[in-house]
Design a binder for this molecule. Structure first.
Ligand code: 13P
Length: 251
């Protein structure tokens, strides 16, 4: 199977006001080289409309960092997949470890969000990964695949491009500790083979990203692994300069 185009997904987390987001996109666009990678910005929901207008006509796409499991109705504070689509989002991150930890999101909740996103036509970027204790016990593969199975419950896909999986080992997020390219490949390969079991033949073609302290100096090696199809980047996604470093490393 040929490798899909590399996806460089930027997770801004809770950074950048709407006006900062627009200024950032205006700074990025003139310097963005033609690249083999697809760039997508996972922005705070309130930034999406302005970003969408600023990025119109460019190849840069946008997404949200979360989405409601519900379609519409009395869910105060929630944002539906239809609302995100309406402001131009293509993706929604679901099950990021920060939401699992600080908002007590179980894999059952994550699965509901993934289904709602996919149902509406957004591409859910479903995050899975183990903490340090699990890694030290050597149980990271089984743990992550269990989380994957639970987070995909009830989901079906007709083609491989309807979902994305991100493997993000929690101990590598924001810590400067990057998994080695071999660690990333080990899990990406395990996830890929589990996906075909869970989703049928199309599952094997799903894009699998790595996330955790990715930056310009390590992205090419990580994304060069046979089963790694891109990166989900936090800290290095905030400055235009470091995003350009990553894009250039992938050209
Ligand atoms: P860092 O790149 O800051 O480690 O964050 C990774 C992450 O959580 C992306 O979703």
């Amino acid at each position: 199977m040929s490798k899909p185009q590399t996806l460089l997904a930027l997770n801004w987390k809770m950074n950048k006001t709407p006006s900062q987001a627009v200024a950032w996109a205006r700074e990025l666009l003139p310097s963005l080289p033609a690249s083999s990678a697809v760039l997508a910005i996972m922005a705070p929901a309130i930034d999406l409309q302005g970003l969408s207008q600023t990025l119109q006509g460019s190849a840069v796409t946008i997404g949200a960092q979360d989405v409601s499991a519900h379609e519409s109705g009395a869910y105060t504070g929630e944002i539906s997949a239809a609302m995100l689509l309406d402001v131009g989002a293509k993706y929604a991150v679901v099950g990021h470890s920060e939401r699992r930890e600080y908002h007590a999101e179980s894999s059952q909740v994550v699965a509901g969000k993934a289904r709602a996103a996919k149902q509406a036509g957004l591409i859910p970027i479903i995050c899975v990964g183990e903490g340090l204790e699990v890694r030290e016990r050597g149980e990271h593969v089984a743990y992550t695949l269990d989380m994957l199975r639970e987070s995909l419950a009830g989901l079906t896909i007709a083609s491989a491009d309807q979902i994305v999986i991100a493997y993000e080992p929690v101990w590598a997020i924001g810590t400067g500790k990057t998994a080695t390219a071999a660690d990333a490949e080990e899990l990406a390969a395990a996830i890929r083979s589990a996906l075909s079991g869970l989703l049928g033949e199309v599952g094997a073609g799903v894009q699998v990203l790595y996330g955790g302290s990715v930056k310009g100096s390590n992205i090419a090696e990580i994304c060069g692994q046979p089963n790694v199809n891109g990166a989900l980047v936090g800290g290095a996604a905030l400055e235009v300069r470091s995003v350009l470093e990553m894009v250039n490393a992938l050209v």
